[in-house]
Structures are given as structure tokens and as C-alpha cells.
Design a protein around this ligand. Structure first.
Ligand SMILES: [Zn+2]
Length: 323
């Protein structure tokens, strides 16, 4: 029986199980998939699996697994952009100083567990110098070191770094499976679980975060309001919105990626409504609005939106949707 808590990625966890049993683990992996699909969770579980003391790993219960889960294991480090000492502002890139620090601690070997694990969150944020230093480290990997890179946009990584990693692609989960996991394992009421499963576009990590932290849905609602204000607004508002996104990209790339995927989802829903396939609309409206307008009226609100919107003439006919 698989002990992995990463659901819906059996194509990956089964292969990892085999590699663990046969001692054929790669020294570097690249975990790819959309924002909130569960890359960080799988990375943490991989860190548990290589340090777990039980036969069936990751058990999630031994001291090693528990300390990793609580973020206090000295051999497991998450690498994210740090604060700039001069300005006090969060840097947008993972710097070479951070990779050098990784090298130093890798050379010391594991302290309390069996493996030192470095989880580089958002590998595309490595500066060129940092990526080159990491490449060197990967070419001569120290023993008992596991490097895990996560990336939404793997194309943004140096090809040489990518080629040194074994690639693990996380898939989106079907809506029903996701709703089932939310209610069985996270105690979410069935109605809410179905709603979150719909809003999440198959991303379990996002759905779990939204179920436990109300800020996630508030933030989503805010982003959606921004989308609607840009759609409704004139040119000036649209340019202002574009400028806001560009400015935010310099500070928080994940937030902008999330906003852009909301845009894509919104236009997709508009097309579905235009094509009179309302059942395919993934109810991208905010959860609060949905709750207030559950049932027919939510659909009518969407119909009102789509009624006002007509696809631009030029270029549009080239898309397969109007073929
Ligand atoms: Zn364990």
C-alpha cells in the first residue's frame, strides 16, 4: 500500500517507490506543473522518504518524517529568494550566495538524517550565476545529497540544469477525485468540496490552501474583480492594469502567473457560454458570489456577462474555437 499523501500523481509516486526500494534514486529532480498543483508537497514527501527510518517510506509518523513536516529538520532546506541586505526588500532571484551556502552545507553531509535535501522553490528564479554554480554542484554531486527543483515554467531554466535532473510532471486532478479527497481527508463539507474542486482547475494544493485559509479565496476574488474592471474599463484602465501587473511581476511572479491563469480561465468560460455549452463553464466566479447565487442565478449572471461580450473580429477566426 502506498503511503504517499501526494494524491493523483501515482505515475510519479510508484516510480519513486521503485527507485527507493532499488536504491536507484537520482541526485536531482525537477518537479513541474501549474501553480498550486502540489509540487512543494511532493518535494517535502520526497525529503521524508529518503530520511524515513521505517520499511515503508515515507511513513509520516517517525521522528524524521515529523520533523521534516514541521519544518525543523536541519538537513532539509527550502531555498527561496531572500531579503536584500542593503534595501531590506525581498529579492526576485535566488542568488549565487545561496547556492554557495548550499555547497558548503552539502559538503558537511547530513547531520541528523540520512540525506541532505535542498528544495529550490521556483527554479526559474535562479539567477544565471546561481544556476551555473548549481550546475557545477550537480556535475559532481556530493554523496547523500538530494536536490529538488520546482518550476511552473521549466523552459525558463538553463537547459543544462534541466538535463541534469530527472523530470517529474505533476498532473491536474479530475474534479470528482479532488472533491472526494477534500471531503475525506480534509473534512471539507461535500458542497464546499465540490465548489473548491471546480474553482481549483484540478490543483489540489490550491484547493487545500483555499479550504484552510480564507485569504486564498479573498485574493482570488480581488484578482477576478481586477479582471472584470479591466474588461469593463476603457483603454486607460486597461493600460493601468497592465502596468500594475508588470510592476507586480518584479516583486511576486507567482501572483502574476496566478492572475494570468485566471484570465485564461475567464476567457475560456466566456467562449463556452458563447458556444452555449454552459455545463463546461468551470464557475470561475468568486466563491462568495457563487454561494450567494448558487443555482440558476449564477448561470444567468454569466449569461449576462457573455451577452455583453463579443469576440474581437480580427484574428479571432484563426482560433480553432470558431472553426
Ligand atoms: Zn518516517
Amino acid at each position: 500500500m502506498s503511503l504517499w499523501k501526494t494524491h493523483g500523481q501515482e505515475h510519479l509516486t510508484a516510480a519513486l517507490d521503485r527507485a527507493l526500494r532499488e536504491g536507484r534514486l537520482a541526485h536531482a529532480y525537477l518537479l513541474t506543473g501549474p501553480v498550486g498543483v502540489g509540487k512543494a508537497t511532493l518535494a517535502m514527501e520526497m525529503a521524508q522518504a529518503v530520511n524515513c527510518v521505517e520499511q515503508e517510506r515515507p511513513c509520516g509518523k517517525c521522528q524524521q518524517c515529523q520533523r521534516i513536516q514541521r519544518g525543523i529538520h536541519s538537513d532539509v532546506q527550502f531555498i527561496v529568494p531572500t531579503e536584500d541586505e542593503r534595501t531590506g526588500r525581498l529579492r526576485t532571484e535566488i542568488g549565487i550566495d545561496q547556492v554557495r551556502a548550499m555547497e558548503r552545507s552539502a559538503a558537511l553531509g547530513p547531520y541528523e538524517g540520512k540525506y541532505r535535501v535542498f528544495i529550490i522553490e521556483g527554479g526559474e528564479r535562479l539567477s544565471t550565476e546561481a544556476a551555473n554554480a548549481l550546475l557545477k554542484m550537480m556535475e559532481e554531486p556530493p554523496p547523500n545529497v538530494l536536490i529538488l527543483l520546482t518550476a511552473v515554467n521549466e523552459e525558463a531554466l538553463l537547459p543544462t540544469v534541466r538535463s541534469r535532473c530527472q523530470r517529474l510532471e505533476l498532473k491536474r486532478l479530475p474534479e470528482e477525485r479532488l472533491a472526494d479527497i477534500l471531503s475525506r481527508e480534509h473534512g471539507v463539507a461535500p458542497d464546499d468540496a465540490r465548489l473548491l474542486a471546480r474553482l481549483s482547475s484540478g490543483r489540489l494544493g490550491w484547493a487545500v490552501a483555499a479550504a484552510t485559509d480564507p485569504k486564498v479565496l479573498e485574493q482570488r476574488q480581488q484578482r477576478l474583480d481586477d479582471v472584470l474592471s479591466a474588461v469593463d474599463g476603457g483603454l486607460e484602465r486597461r493600460f493601468q492594469y497592465a502596468q500594475e501587473l508588470a510592476f507586480q511581476y518584479g516583486r511576486d511572479r507567482a501572483a502574476v502567473q496566478e492572475a494570468l491563469s485566471l484570465w485564461l480561465a475567464w476567457w475560456r468560460d466566456m467562449l463556452m457560454l458563447k458556444k452555449e455549452v454552459a455545463e463546461l463553464v468551470q464557475a470561475r466566479i468568486g466563491a462568495n458570489r457563487w454561494r450567494h447565487a448558487r443555482g440558476g442565478s449564477a448561470q444567468s449572471r454569466w449569461r449576462a456577462w457573455s451577452g455583453r461580450w463579443s469576440p474581437p473580429r480580427s484574428g479571432w477566426s484563426r482560433t480553432p474555437f470558431h472553426a
